[in-house]
Design a protein around this ligand. Structure first.
Ligand code: ZN
Length: 216
């Protein structure tokens, strides 16, 4: 039976990092819809060209097209036993469309939760190097000399994405669109709630246990 792990969690919860680590530990492909978009657009596939038409005319790429890209990827042999899905679904409509396509699979949703105040601290404290793109954090990994990159001596700046205004907007979009996805999987009895405020190693162990629970 195919096991599909779905990772949920707000921006800043550490989902991407944990997903890559979990995929390695489980020898399961990490399928990120963000990466699929970049690959399909970059390689100019038929699906990529369709997506491009929507994007160029300023329209949202329809869910059905994203799902086509996803199932084009997971039809490959390395996903036969299962895979880890990151970045999708983001809305209840997407979750319902996904359910319809995954009728034979075991689905497990891992939900990383972190309080908003902690997410804001994590995301707004990031300072990126202009030279080498290394990221310092003013509290968790401050540079030795203020404003200067430890790795290359380049100057540090704050990306627009990491400004308080943008971070709060991203969190509010998450609350409105994606929180209901948690409820969707909870109602199906396949959601595991995980405390994402612990150390990365503790979070990883809890995620691994929850993921393996799904396989056993
Ligand atoms: Zn640097």
């Amino acid at each position: 039976m195919q096991t599909v792990l779905i990772l949920l969690g707000p921006p800043g919860a550490g989902k991407g990092t944990q997903a890559a680590r979990l995929a390695g530990a489980l020898s399961s492909p990490h399928v990120s819809t963000g990466d699929l978009f970049r690959e399909n657009l970059g390689q100019g596939t038929e699906l990529g060209q369709k997506a491009k038409q929507f994007m160029e005319s300023g329209r949202l790429v329809p869910d059905a097209l994203v799902i086509d890209m996803l199932f084009d990827r997971v039809a490959k042999s390395d996903c036969q036993a299962g895979y880890l899905l990151d970045g999708f679904p983001r809305t209840v409509a997407q979750a319902q469309a996904l359910d319809a396509r995954l009728s034979g699979a075991t689905v497990r949703a891992l939900n990383l939760s972190v309080a908003d105040a902690a997410l804001i601290e994590r995301l707004t404290g990031r300072w990126t190097c202009k030279g080498c793109a290394h990221v310092h954090h003013e509290r968790f990994s401050p540079p030795v000399k203020a404003g200067v990159c430890d790795k290359c001596g380049g100057s540090l700046y704050q990306r627009t994405d990491d400004s308080r205004e943008v971070v709060e907007k991203r969190l509010s979009v998450y609350r409105e669109q994606t929180r209901p996805v948690e409820a969707h999987y909870r109602a199906r009895g396949v959601l595991a709630d995980l405390d994402g405020s612990r150390t990365p190693d503790q979070v990883f162990s809890a995620m691994l246990a929850a993921a393996q629970g799904a396989q056993g």
